[in-house]
Design a binder for this molecule. Structure first.
Ligand SMILES: *Cc1c(COP(=O)(O)O)cnc(C)c1O
Length: 415
């Protein structure tokens, strides 16, 4: 732990890895193995006792590996590296963002409990809460991103369920329009409600983390990622992560062991490779986004641009933006003048920017939220969140910003 004084980007190539345990290999090998041999039966017995919580681990006790559903060097080293970015004690990696999210929901909620959730949330999360948690008699309350503390407090009070509130789940900035939620305010509400039991705060930080936002510093208990997005960053894998203190991650890993939804060694290895370039990638993406946002803002065929760099200092989101984020990020949306026809003409004429959902990768991707990522959302909610037929979302990659502008300019000419 002594080398924690270095910045995370300096440690991503070495932290947690001992070359002498892998014949001096400079890089961590892929431990493509399902199981691990024990030096003797006594050692195996002790490992199981600690893994299943029957006995406590003692300080400096030699640790060992059991079976790749429980632990694997590629996952353990990756998890240690992830904690450095988010000031977390521990991390758990999963085979998708949805696996990380659903494991947390299942571990921290039981029948009769109430969940408070921000809207809009990622479609998969929204579906799990509305359709699957319902089957387990877990109720959900919702508030709109942008709601005031008073309005949220009222929703909790009016529900008559304030003492059964066990989890507040938020996604900020909200997809696709970058509406913001105050994490500190939600942490305060979590501390206040829930009766005699703890109410936890979970934050989906996929859009801005871990480089530009660290929710634990603002009171979050659990930070969630679709590592498919910026952390993976090359549009070539599906993975997820959850971070928090040792106690919450012990619980999350306990549930993960029995759901069996951990990432595998190969995905872990790919993610370690991705982490080495995470900061330079995200910084390049943010620079490109700024160039594109400034261009779009002045274009006569564009009505409005949703970009964090454009929040008006007089807007209530501005203070949240300043406190929670160290960059305007690399996700932007805009309203094109017209409707579906104009939006589709634009999308169909892009050359460098690809037409696809997902985000955070090295290549820029554009999509039409109304008919694609948010097709399943009811029309009233879409309207309330400015998800209309004229909205286009772009995830900016690492291409030259001027080339992105050239591509957007020629596609807009066809509209
Ligand atoms: C993509 C995404 C998810 C789901 O992650 P998967 O890796 O696709 O399972 C969850 N939350 C947000 C904000 C996302 O963008």
């Amino acid at each position: 732990m002594a080398d924690k004084k270095f910045n995370p980007e300096s440690l991503m190539m070495s932290y947690g890895y001992k070359p002498e345990l892998s014949v001096g290999s400079i890089k961590c090998p892929i431990y493509q193995t399902s199981t691990f041999t024990f030096p003797n039966a006594e050692f195996g017995k002790r490992l199981f006792s600690v893994a299943y919580g029957l006995e406590e681990a003692v300080e400096n006790e030699p640790t060992g590996l059991i079976y790749s559903r429980l632990n694997n060097p590629d996952l353990q080293i990756l998890e240690e590296r992830l904690t450095l970015w988010d000031n977390a004690e521990e991390a758990a990696v999963f085979d998708s963002g949805m696996a990380a999210i659903t494991t947390v929901l299942l571990e921290f909620l039981q029948p009769g409990d109430t969940l408070l959730c921000s809207t809009p949330t990622y479609g998969g999360t929204d579906h799990f809460i509305n359709h699957i948690l319902k089957k387990f008699k877990i109720d959900a309350l919702f508030f709109q991103a942008g709601a005031s503390e008073e309005e949220i407090r009222q929703i909790i009070e009016d529900s008559g369920k304030k003492d059964s509130l066990r989890l507040i789940y938020i996604e900020t900035p909200a997809n696709p329009t970058n509406a913001l939620i105050d994490i500190e305010m939600c942490s305060k509400l979590a501390n206040e409600f829930g009766g005699d039991e703890t109410c936890f705060l979970a934050v989906d930080n996929t859009y801005m983390g871990p480089i530009w936002s660290n929710p634990i510093d603002h009171g979050a208990d659990l930070v969630l990622y679709s590592a498919t997005k910026y952390i993976g960053g090359h549009s070539d894998l599906i993975a997820g992560a959850c971070l928090g203190n040792a106690e919450v991650i012990r619980r999350v890993k306990g549930m993960r062991t029995f759901l069996g939804n951990m990432a595998d060694a190969w995905t872990g290895w790919l993610l370690m490779r991705s982490l080495e370039t995470l900061k330079v990638r995200m910084e390049a993406q943010a620079r490109g986004a700024e160039i594109v946002a400034n261009y779009l803002a002045k274009h006569p065929k564009i009505e409005r641009v949703y970009y964090l760099g454009f929040i008006d200092p007089s807007h209530s989101d501005y203070a949240i933006y300043q406190r929670q984020y160290s960059s305007a990020g690399a996700m932007l949306s805009f309203d094109i003048k017209g409707g579906e026809k104009e939006a589709f003409t634009f999308l169909n004429n892009l050359k460098l920017i690809k037409l696809a959902v997902s985000l955070g990768g090295t290549e820029s991707l554009a999509q039409h939220p109304f008919s694609m990522t948010h097709a399943d959302v009811d029309p009233e909610t879409k309207n309330r969140n400015s998800v209309t037929e004229k909205l286009i979302r772009i995830s900016i990659g690492i291409e030259n910003g001027d080339d992105l502008v050239t591509d957007i300019a020629q596609a807009l000419e066809k509209v």
